[in-house]
Design a binder for this molecule. Structure first.
Ligand code: ZN
Length: 257
């Protein structure tokens, strides 16, 4: 029995993608080269817990694949060491921007702030792409900001939304610890080219042999939602509970609760 949203499950997903003849590319690569054939872009929005991002990046590196990480510049998310380390592994790193909502809708200030922040990132790593933070709690839509910025002039080659549209990618996101959870109303929703809902990562793995076979995918995966597997003491605790209350716990664990 495997729990979902653990690094073990993540490893399984990577293995199955590799077996399904999916290439792994960064956003900049697909944007510049528009490759043929089936591939997957792993887009990681680092909203919190940079240490989880680093752990995921190492795991991917060991598996011989590349991904694209977008870091917020807020507080302790903007961890320079961590950002540099991830970039050194061959992953792409970009800016997860939210300047308009941070500045309460002041567009002129937000444009300036966006440029300054890109420069801040470039002191650490090369930056060719950016992604928008949805800021679900704010009444300001960071999507409006991107339309006011001359990306080309700033040396930004693309952002994920236009890539999904232009290259006809199937977009799947782990938001709400489900996949393509339409119950959660978010701004950073993308026209996903697929109506199917996947309840778990195992459903997606299953679909790789079916409707996702041979397709071009973008998977938006938030590292902070993926934790290490149960530590031994917890496993023991659960085992104890299973012995005590039997089937009920088993069913709950299967549903990932
Ligand atoms: Zn975000």
């Amino acid at each position: 029995m495997m729990r979902d949203f653990t690094l073990d499950t993540y490893k399984l997903l990577i293995g199955k993608l590799k077996n399904s003849v999916f290439e792994f590319y960064t956003l900049t690569h697909v944007c510049k080269n528009k490759p043929e054939g089936s591939y997957v872009v792993f887009r990681h929005d680092v909203d919190r817990k940079p240490e989880n991002a680093l752990r995921m990046a190492k795991l991917e590196h060991e598996a011989g694949i590349v991904a694209t990480y977008y870091f917020r510049i807020k507080n302790r998310v903007f961890d320079r060491e961590c950002i540099r380390e991830i970039s050194d592994m061959g992953h792409e790193v970009g800016y997860h921007f939210e300047d308009l909502s941070s500045l309460h809708g002041n567009m002129d200030e937000a444009v300036k702030s966006f440029r300054d922040h890109v420069e801040e990132f470039r002191k650490i790593v090369p930056v060719h792409t950016v992604s928008m933070h949805g800021s679900p709690l704010s009444r300001y839509d960071n999507g409006e900001l991107i339309r006011k910025i001359d990306l080309e002039e700033l040396g930004i080659v693309c952002e994920p939304y236009s890539v999904v549209e232009d290259l006809n990618l199937i977009y799947l996101t782990d938001v709400g610890r489900k996949w393509n959870n339409s119950n959660i109303n978010l701004r950073d929703k993308v026209n996903s080219k697929i109506d199917k809902k996947y309840r778990s990562t195992f459903d997606i793995i299953d679909a790789l042999q079916k409707e996702l076979n041979g397709k071009k995918l973008m998977l938006n995966i938030h590292p902070e939602r993926w934790e290490e597997d149960l530590v031994p003491w917890l496993r023991n605790a659960v085992w104890q509970k299973m012995k005590n209350s039997g089937k009920y716990v088993l069913i709950r664990m299967r549903h990932g609760n």
